[in-house]
Design a protein around this ligand. Structure first.
Ligand code: GTP
Ligand code: NA
Ligand code: MG
Length: 420
């Protein structure tokens, strides 16, 4: 297909923010779902992805923004990912508390080798959601309202208070070298970051946010978004699904993936396409996915794909000593490994999916080497009855939890007992 502004790919927008700032709630609001309330402890354990269609966006955004001539035209859809992976285009920050947020932005900037957050903004546009405006005293919600529409309806004193808070937020950002302004007052998107006041409970400011994402991607990133027929596909998540086995979630940025294509992924992945294939168990997130064409040498492709190793494999203890970790998804496994590394708990073996008998057998050697480490940490995965019995027989502990912090606490407590 021709490279043109009329044939743009769906931009991938990542939603970043510290714990409990409202990343999931934002996706819930846009897709009218209720994922957040069903989460254990309200904590997200896997990358949440959604794709919106232009027709839906048009209806929702243009109506709300009072914008009849649609400039969403070129944008086929938006892909929104609530994740901790870059690139980042939208960030959520709650309670107007910006200090942890600034460290996040600085970290993004340094990851991309830019000297400052503002330098980062010029290359990878991002916007900031000032979430939870509904928590301001006397705020009166306008369900699904555009921000200015809602602000106009507030009492004078509330408006003043709001402006005062925005002013303070702008100052705080300014002190860090980032010029932040209310999105409706932003005249230079390359230099000033937009602050979008939102309420994810009422839905206020969400139309503004989507509009802004579309504007930004179309006006400032259209070159990067022009469709290429060459395949560009990244593995985002690896997950065991009952009845399907190991599946990978991928972002298909360019090209076409056909059923029964022979694919190569790093035995280590960004849009919610589920790929089911054999031998996926060892796929690694953030890696590329390639299709083996008739003229390709599979070995060559394999080598290229394997070169993007992630820190995941570096977290594995090569001495073979330590606890075994098993999780439902690669994303949660990564988080868990990070946690254990910080706590200096060695991990020689990892796995994705349910715990079977063989996983317990693997721990037999550990019983002799370090009894206290003969432990399987099970995160959000079922344990086979057989495996449970065998573990009991052998004296191997299985710690189960569906919240990462709980798992850690349980293990730490056990470790203290073992050391006494
Ligand atoms: P993690 O996945 O744990 O990192 O959190 P998250 O960023 O996905 O936040 P989540 O969507 O779970 O929201 C955290 C809490 O804040 C939930 O109890 C939400 O109901 C609440 N919340 C989110 N947005 C708003 C908002 O705009 N207003 C109010 N009042 N509460 C909100
Ligand atoms: Na949460
Ligand atoms: Mg969440």
């Amino acid at each position: 297909a021709e490279r043109s502004k009329d044939n743009l790919c769906s931009p991938v927008c990542c939603i970043l923010g510290h714990v409990d700032t409202g990343k999931t709630k934002l996706l819930d609001k846009i897709r009218q779902s209720n994922v957040q309330e069903g989460e254990a402890g309200g904590i997200t354990r896997q990358i949440d992805a959604m794709k919106t269609k232009t027709t839906v966006l048009n209806k929702y955004v243009c109506y709300r923004m009072g914008n009849k001539n649609t400039n969403l035209q070129g944008c086929l859809s938006l892909t929104l990912l609530a994740t901790n992976r870059s690139p980042i285009y939208a960030v959520v920050e709650a309670h107007f508390a910006i200090s942890p947020f600034l460290s996040l932005i600085s970290c993004m900037a340094s990851n991309h080798k830019h000297s400052s957050p503002s330098a980062y903004l010029e290359i990878d546009p991002f916007i900031i959601a000032l979430n939870e405006i509904d928590r301001m005293f006397w705020w009166e919600a306008t369900p699904d309202g555009a921000f200015l529409e809602s602000l106009a309806k507030q009492k004078r004193s509330v408006q003043r208070k709001f402006k005062d808070r925005v002013q303070k937020t702008m100052l705080a950002f300014g002190e860090q070298g980032l010029t932040a302004v209310l999105h409706c007052e932003n005249k230079d998107f390359a230099r000033n970051v937009s602050l979008v006041p939102t309420s994810e409970i009422a839905g206020e400011g969400i139309p503004d946010m989507i509009m802004l994402l579309v504007d930004l991607t179309q006006q400032r990133m259209s070159d990067r978004l022009m469709y290429l027929s060459e395949l560009e596909c990244t593995v985002l998540e690896v997950k065991v699904v009952e009845g399907l086995g190991t599946t990978i979630g991928v972002v298909l940025s360019n090209g076409i993936l056909r059923e029964s294509d022979k694919i190569v992924v790093c035995v280590k992945a960004a849009l919610g396409v589920k790929v089911v294939a054999s031998d996926l168990e060892k796929a690694v997130a953030d890696s590329q996915l390639l299709v083996v064409g008739p003229d390709n040498d599979e070995e060559d492709l394999m080598e290229g794909v394997m070169s993007d190793q992630t820190s995941l494999l570096n977290s594995i203890d090569k001495s073979g000593r330590g606890v075994s970790v098993q999780a439902s998804t690669l994303g949660s496994l990564e988080a868990l490994l990070h946690f254990l590394k910080v706590s200096k708990i060695p991990v020689p073996g990892i796995n994705i999916g349910p715990i079977h008998k063989k996983d317990i057998m693997h721990m037999a050697a550990m019983l002799e080497r370090a009894k206290g480490l003969a432990v399987v940490l099970a995160f959000d995965v079922p344990v086979d009855m057989d495996a449970e019995w065998l573990a009991e027989e052998m004296g191997i502990k299985i710690f189960e939890a569906d919240i990462i912090y709980h798992l850690f606490d349980v293990f730490t407590a056990y470790n203290e007992i073992m050391e006494v």
